[in-house]
Design a protein around this ligand. Structure first.
Ligand code: UDP
Length: 472
């Protein structure tokens, strides 16, 4: 009967927007291929998630509880950004490491055909293996960054330099790419026993044990790296992105900033946003404000700080809001990023190079000012500026979780000017527009990502039928 033939896939994303958003897109994509989908998340994300899946009958949400109190965090902290400092983030990862028993129960009861587990839950592969359930890993990043971090992990070039800023070439890598120890995440640089160091070792090892890796990217964007990862490094992987392109147009939020953009000329506004995690201090925010104003460009700037009426905000330069009226817009909190990037008035994006943001910019045909902060963002920057040549570096050189390397106003002004006008900008714009077309082709019938997805489903179906036959 139908029920026996329906595949059930459980998704287990890390509790952060940047991980959940592409998971929702994947869940919808899997559901559109006829499978039943369950997403495991915490109560913090349930309203956001329910809204996004729009009561799809094929997608269930299942709540899990992060045991925050067990690691000394306040009870109820159940999202990565609620853990607002690097120390709390570290503890949050530790608490997530204690989710095994909850996952075990769910898998025992539901016996899905496979588990799609976030890279941050490498132990999930062993839990699933207990029940003969294969695990697909979801890193939420591109092949380039996967190859970059593998290069550093295997060859440790950062341990053979005399200073953090001394450049080295990434070993065993398709292109000559310069990197520095300062750009390598802390948890890869130090042989200590912090939660993230242990976690990172485990996740690099589990890549071999798992069934394979799902990559939110498309082949034509980084063919040399897709091939390197699969053929040279020998990992099994499917590129099925850009995931957000499959589900466009389903959300019709009209935000006032889109109307504001309607009144602007094409390519005349720079969009400035640093994802869901970055947490700049007042001094850095003030520097951004000053740099943007000095560039003379129109801008939309997302600031993750609530406005407190009647309270002087230290980060806002004196009279800034008055002076920028009509020319710059500050969005407090959450912005509709994809529609903003796709608006024809937007001609540049100052980004922290989170992979979702980077890919969204590519797909919108918008060149970037790259300002990496942490995670694998420094690799993404190299892909954008050196390999794809669709962006310019702002000059952030040091990996530092949540706050990044301090960047001065002059550097911001210069980079914004370079990406918004002149011959170099035009060249970047035409290159990125070609990539945007390739992205659209990749997710069309017969496109590279659709073919990889079909191949994956063929594998899952045969795994499903063989386990069904074993049971009966
Ligand atoms: N995003 C958004 N509005 C915001 C901030 C972020 O829609 O105000 C979305 C953005 O479009 C992207 C995701 O949140 O899909 C952020 O993911 P990314 O990988 O870029 O960065 P992270 O937040 O994980 O650092």
């Amino acid at each position: 009967s139908q029920a026996h033939h329906q595949l059930h896939v459980i998704f287990f994303p890390f509790m952060a927007q940047g991980h959940l958003i592409p998971t929702i897109d994947m869940a919808k994509l899997f559901a559109s291929k006829g499978s039943k989908v369950t997403i495991l998340t915490t109560s913090y994300f349930t309203p956001f998630l329910s809204k996004k899946i729009e009561n799809s009958a094929q997608i269930d949400i299942f709540n899990i509880r992060v045991p925050a109190a067990e690691v000394g965090l306040p009870e109820g902290i159940d999202s990565a950004h609620a853990a607002g400092t690097p120390e709390m983030t570290e503890k949050f990862f530790k608490a997530c490491g204690k989710l095994g028993p909850q996952l075990d129960q769910i898998l025992e009861r539901h016996r899905p055909v496979c588990l799609v587990a976030d890279m941050f839950f490498p132990w999930a592969t062993d839990v699933a293996a207990k029940y003969g359930i294969p695990t697909l890993l979801f890193h939420g990043t591109c092949y380039f960054a996967l190859c970059g971090s593998t290069s550093v992990f295997l060859h440790e070039p950062h341990k053979r330099v005399s200073s953090d800023l001394e450049p080295f070439i990434l070993p065993n890598f398709p292109d000559q790419v310069e990197f520095t120890a300062s750009r390598v995440p802390h948890f890869m640089r130090h042989d200590d026993s912090t939660e993230l160091t242990k976690l990172f070792k485990a996740l690099k090892e589990v890549e071999f044990k798992s069934y394979g890796v799902l990559v939110n990217s498309f082949y034509e964007l980084e063919p040399a790296y897709a091939d390197h990862y699969r053929k040279v490094l020998g990992r099994k992987a499917w590129n099925i992105g850009p995931l957000f392109l499959y589900n466009k147009g389903s959300n019709s939020d009209e935000h006032e900033c889109l109307k504001w953009l309607d009144s602007k000329k094409p390519n005349s506004v720079v969009y400035v946003s640093f994802g869901s995690m970055a947490n700049f201090d007042d001094e850095q925010l003030k520097e951004i404000a000053t740099g943007l104003e000095a560039s003379g460009q129109q801008f939309v700037w997302v600031v993750k700080k609530e406005k407190k009426e009647g309270v002087k905000e230290e980060w806002l330069p004196e009279g800034f809001e008055e002076r920028i009226k009509g020319k710059g817009l500050i969005i407090r909190g959450w912005a509709p990023q994809v529609p903003i990037l796709e608006h024809e008035a937007v001609g540049g994006f100052v980004t922290h190079c989170g992979w979702n943001s980077t890919q969204e910019s590519v797909c919108a045909g918008v060149p970037m000012v790259t300002w990496p902060i942490a995670a694998e963002q420094f690799y993404n920057e190299k892909l954008v500026t050196q390999i794809l040549r669709v962006g310019v570096e702002v000059g952030a050189k040091k990996w530092k979780r949540l706050v990044g390397d301090f960047v001065k106003r002059d550097a911001i002004e210069r980079a914004v000017s370079r990406v918004m006008g002149g011959e170099e900008a035009e060249e970047m714009r035409s290159r990125v527009k070609r990539l945007a077309e390739m992205a659209r082709s990749a997710v069309k019938e017969g496109g590279s990502s659709v073919l990889d997805l079909n191949a994956l489903f063929d594998d899952l179906r045969s795994a499903h039928y063989s386990s069904y036959e074993n049971l009966h």
